[in-house]
Design a protein around this ligand. Structure first.
Ligand SMILES: C[S@@+](CC[C@H](N)C(=O)[O-])C[C@H]1O[C@@H](n2cnc3c(N)ncnc32)[C@H](O)[C@@H]1O
Length: 203
C-alpha cells in the first residue's frame, strides 16, 4: 500500500479517541458530510446495504429506519462501539475495506461516505472490493471531495492546501473509469459530490 511521507493524522488510534465526539464533530463542523449520507440513503429503496467504513453507523441508522437490511464494516473499535450502541438492526463487524469479508454479489447497495480522501488510501482497491460484493444490477455509491473539477484559482488553491494534510482529493471519476464504469455524478455542495454506478456483468 502507498504510504505518505507525512505523518498520518487520521489513524485508527485517532478515530478510536474521536469516536465519542465524532457525530457532534460532523454535525457542527461538517454538515456537508451529513447531507452526503442522507442523499445516499434517499437513493435506496429495499434490499441489503453494506456500509464500508461505517464509522459511528449514522448512515446505517437511517437505512435501517427505511426497512433496509444493514451491514457495516470499519477498522476502528471505538467507532464500531458507538455504532453498536445505537442498537439498530444491523450486522456490524471489524474488517478492512481492502479485504471485505463477504462473498461476491451479496448486496443491493455498497456505499462509502466521507471515507476515501486520505492521501494514504488506495480508492481503486477499495472500489474494486465494493464492486465485487455488490450484486449485478446493484449500486455502489460514494460521497467525496474530488480533485478540482473547475479549473479556477480557488479550486487549485484548495487542492494545493489539501496536499499539506492527510487529505488528498482524488479524481474519483477517472478511478471508476479504470474499473470499467462511468459514474453518475451529483453535486451536493461546492467541491462535494456523490458518485454512483450500477454493477454490470463483465465479460
Ligand atoms: C471520516 S470517517 C467516515 C465515517 C462514516 N462513513 C461517515 O460518513 O461519517 C472514516 C472511517 O474510515 C474508517 N477506516 C479507515 N481505514 C479503514 C479500513 N482500512 N477499512 C475500513 N474502515 C476504515 C475509520 O475507522 C473511520 O471510521
Amino acid at each position: 500500500m502507498n504510504t505518505s511521507a507525512k505523518p498520518r493524522f487520521w489513524t485508527t488510534k485517532m478515530y478510536n479517541r474521536l469516536s465519542r465526539y465524532y457525530d457532534a464533530f460532523m454535525r457542527t463542523l461538517f454538515p456537508a458530510g451529513e447531507k452526503g449520507r442522507k442523499r445516499v440513503v434517499e437513493k435506496m429503496s429495499t434490499g441489503r446495504v453494506l456500509d464500508v467504513a461505517c464509522g459511528t453507523g449514522t448512515l446505517l441508522e437511517l437505512a435501517a429506519r427505511k426497512g433496509i437490511s444493514c451491514f457495516g464494516i470499519d477498522i476502528s473499535d471505538g467507532m464500531l462501539e458507538i455504532a453498536k450502541s445505537k442498537r439498530m438492526d444491523a450486522e456490524i463487524i471489524n474488517a478492512s475495506y481492502y479485504d471485505i469479508p463477504y462473498p461476491d454479489n451479496q448486496f443491493d447497495y455498497v456505499v462509502a461516505t466521507n471515507a476515501l480522501s486520505g492521501g494514504y488510501i488506495e480508492p481503486e482497491k477499495v472500489l474494486s472490493e465494493m464492486i465485487r460484493v455488490c450484486k449485478v444490477g446493484g449500486e455502489v455509491f460514494i460521497t467525496e471531495w474530488p480533485k478540482a473539477r473547475e479549473d479556477t484559482f480557488t479550486e487549485r488553491l484548495i487542492v494545493w492546501l489539501a496536499s499539506f494534510s492527510d487529505d488528498a482529493p482524488k479524481d474519483y471519476e477517472a478511478i471508476f473509469r479504470t474499473l470499467g464504469y462511468i459514474p453518475e455524478i451529483e453535486k451536493l455542495e461546492k467541491r462535494y459530490y456523490l458518485y454512483g454506478i450500477k454493477k454490470k456483468l463483465m465479460a
